[in-house]
Design a protein around this ligand. Structure first.
Ligand code: 5AD
Ligand code: SF4
Length: 479
């Protein structure tokens, strides 16, 4: 089989990064090998994101930039195919085909298992509407995708849940990714084992609303599962924690409403579950939270964080925020700042509200003027940056187990993550790559910390717990 080259450009969230890897897996049997150079590609795949601003315009301009490569490939006696996948494809499939004839294939996030078939047909010269696949098929793509490629490295991702039924009024996800669905627990465990056998030390469980996970229970589960029984995310995490060699488990992204008691308890009881939680709140004003259809108020979120910190006192909390949601007044925004001060975030992401076509909030009257959004965003980001640096500073002098995941930016350095998701840079020999080392934190930087290697975690006596927690508790970040 001749080798063809596949160039993938990924936009947006971790779920898309994961999906891109799976699409590369599914195309390997057709002879496609990855390339970093679009000029060499026989197939260019844009895996798109629709969550915020100008998503589709970005796709159209990217296709415009890539189009000349088709001519170059032809002059070279090759044929270049362009495919658009992901959430923009789902939302605007037909429009893409109409406005960008250079695009050969359009497919939504639920039909990646059909990609080889579409590519084969496009290679055979087929064009047109038949190569747009934005179905929400009854079959799950996961039943048809090949096994997880095991070579993700020490910190791997594993998709366990997809879609969302929450319908926050600003968000396209329920429309582009479809209804909530969970993968059966037995499949997840099997894939986790394979990832660990392939060198993973940490696994992050992915889902748009991951803590709503309710996957089919394994047939042989000790709880005596019957047909139709499901496992919660907490139950799944407990089972994964049993896998020899899997030292760290994380999950993202969670909705406050699905933070079940057993999941909070898991933060207290499962040492492999890392003390870091991404728990978006979006806003601090009850009026705005209601208009966003978040289904909880600010006090419920504060209480929830309180309970989580009771379970795991050193929990580092991260969040997402939207400023300038329709109807947000100064006093609403002040409530967001107050909530941020009360909670104390180790990390956060904040965005200006962007009306997404087809979402309920996009049509509502009182849109906030752009300069007001910009001013609020700057204020919020300043507070969040201060909290992040305070969190990082408070770890200086401590010894933390750090998973060294990759080469650092500077010669002789490795980079990794602390249990709190801080990025850590250290001088370390390449042989420590993929290992957990005890690192003394020396210096706080705005986006991470630097440290020095104290000992290799895996050098310790075998009777020590397999999954040591950092000593003491992380200081509460300054407000
Ligand atoms: N405008 C701005 N931010 C948005 N997000 C989702 N939809 C929008 C929108 N229409 C943000 C939310 C979400 C994160 C992934 O993206 O904060 O948690
Ligand atoms: Fe979007 Fe998250 Fe709300 Fe679901 S819970 S609609 S993914 S913001």
């Amino acid at each position: 089989m001749t080798t063809k080259k596949l160039y993938i450009k990924t936009y947006g969230c971790q779920m898309n990064v994961y999906d891109s890897a799976r699409m590369a897996d599914v195309l390997a049997p057709l002879g496609y090998a990855p390339t970093e150079v679009p000029e060499q590609a026989d197939l260019i795949l844009l895996n798109t994101c629709h969550i915020r601003e100008k998503a589709s315009e970005k796709v159209f301009s990217e296709v415009g930039r890539l189009r000349p490569l088709k001519g170059l490939a032809e002059a070279d006696g090759r044929r270049l195919l362009i495919a658009v996948a992901g959430c923009v494809a789902q939302a605007e499939g037909e429009e893409i085909q109409r406005r960008a004839p250079a695009v050969d294939i359009v497919l939504g996030p639920q039909t990646y298992h059909r990609l080889p078939e579409l590519v084969r047909r496009a290679e055979g010269g087929e064009r047109g509407r038949g190569l747009v696949d934005t179905d929400f098929p009854v079959e799950s793509k996961f039943d048809f995708l090949p096994e997880e490629a095991a070579g993700q490295g020490p910190a791997a991702f594993l998709s366990v849940q997809e879609g969302c039924d929450k319908f926050c009024s600003f968000c396209v996800v329920p429309y582009t990714r479809g209804a909530e669905a969970s993968r059966p627990a037995a499949r997840v465990i099997e894939e986790a084992r394979r990832l660990v056998a392939g060198g993973a030390v940490e696994i992050t469980l992915l889902g748009q609303n991951v803590n709503a996970y309710h996957g089919e229970a394994p047939a042989s589960s000790s709880s005596g599962a019957g047909v139709g029984d499901t496992w919660s995310l907490a139950r799944l995490i407990r089972a994964l924690a049993e896998i020899e060699g899997l030292e760290r488990i994380r999950y993202t992204t969670s909705h406050p409403r699905d933070m079940a008691d057993d999941l909070i308890a898991a933060h207290a009881e499962v040492p492999a579950l890392m003390p870091y939680l991404h728990l978006p709140v979006q806003a601090g004003s009850d009026r705005i939270l209601a208009a966003m259809n978040r289904k909880h108020d600010a006090e419920a979120y504060r209480r929830l964080v309180g309970r989580l910190r009771e379970a795991r006192p050193d929990l580092a909390v991260s969040g997402d925020f939207i400023v300038g949601f329709p109807g947000e007044r100064d006093r609403d925004f002040a409530e967001t700042l107050r909530l941020v001060s009360d909670v104390g975030y180790a990390q956060a992401y904040s965005f200006k509200y962007s009306p997404r076509p087809g979402t309920p909030a996009a049509g509502t009257g009182e849109q906030v003027p752009e300069p007001v959004k910009a001013e609020r965003l700057a204020m919020l980001q300043q507070l969040l940056d201060e909290q992040q640096i305070a969190f990082n500073r408070a770890t200086v002098g401590r010894r933390l187990p750090v998973l060294l995941e990759r080469a650092g930016r500077r010669e002789g350095q490795l980079a990794g993550r602390s249990p709190y998701m801080q990025s850590v840079a250290v001088e370390a020999p390449p042989r420590l790559l993929g290992r957990i080392a005890e690192i003394e934190i020396l210096e706080a930087r705005p986006n991470g910390v630097t440290g020095r290697v104290v000992t290799l975690d895996t050098d310790r006596a075998p009777d020590r717990p397999r999954n040591p927690q950092p000593e003491g508790r992380a200081p509460a970040p300054a407000a």
